[in-house]
Design a protein around this ligand. Structure first.
Ligand code: GRF
Length: 233
């Protein structure tokens, strides 16, 4: 669907959404603190009752991803698909797609998922896959964003939730949170303050999607009720 068409996202036109429950699948590779923030929001805000939405599964590409135990403790089914078992990126992508699609997801959430996904995979989940990146995009795509921010001397840094497009750390921006960079900050301190804001904006962005509250118009995401898509900590 072209970006130019304004469509309130949430998948209201998809067959699986005519089912009683909208399924969310979360992909992780490690700690899983953003996944935990989303699952806790879903439970605290009773998304199943209020939005008809359920966190259907947490999938990791590493068996040692710490977040798997946390997801299980929170009562969310977990699966592991180890990328090292696949000879190529495309065969891993295809197996991951099949695994995710067992849950007929309305939304796929990348939460610290440290694999680059191929164009075909991204196209399969066009406008129904989102990511969080620890910088104020388009500044500092890629790795070591807090180090990059300190080296650049920026005075504001933060995090971005965006729709996933084939270009890495790119795509229509759903929400951003900014924190002040302090003179005394080191990478760990700055990262901790940004992470606290990630935990605020990511569950909120997921909920907006599930509420059909987001519209992409010419590559720009707007919230139906003009809810604040910017947080200044
Ligand atoms: C977060 O900083 C996220 O922005 C980035 O990877 C980190 C994952 O942390 N994509 P966690 O696994 O959610 O704790």
């Amino acid at each position: 669907m072209p970006d130019g068409d304004a469509v309130w996202r949430g998948g209201g036109d998809r067959a699986q959404d005519r089912a009683a429950v909208k399924h969310v699948v979360i992909l992780i590779s490690g700690r899983g603190s953003n996944m935990e923030a989303i699952v806790r929001a879903a439970q605290t805000e009773r998304w199943e009752q209020t939005l008809g939405a359920r966190i259907a599964a947490v999938i990791a590409n590493r068996v040692d991803a710490a977040g798997l135990a946390e997801a299980e403790a929170l009562g969310v089914p977990t699966r592991v698909l180890d990328h090292r078992d696949f000879a190529s990126r495309s065969t891993f992508d295809a197996a991951l797609r099949d695994l995710i699609d067992e849950y007929a997801p309305t939304l796929v959430v990348l939460a610290g998922f440290m694999r680059i996904l191929g164009d075909a995979f991204v196209a399969h989940y066009a406008q129904r896959m989102i990511n969080i990146h620890p910088s104020l995009l388009p500044s500092f795509p890629g790795l070591h964003t807090h180090r990059q921010a300190l080296a650049a001397g920026v005075k504001l840094h933060g995090a971005t939730v965006h729709f996933v497009t084939p270009a890495l750390d790119h795509g229509p921006i759903i929400a951003q949170a900014a924190v002040e960079v302090r003179d005394a900050d080191d990478e760990a301190q700055l990262s901790a303050r940004v992470l606290a804001e990630e935990h605020r904006i990511y569950p909120r962005a997921v909920r907006w999607f599930l509420e059909d509250a987001l519209c992409i118009e010419d590559g720009v995401v707007k919230h139906r009720d003009r809810s604040a898509q910017a947080v200044i900590a």
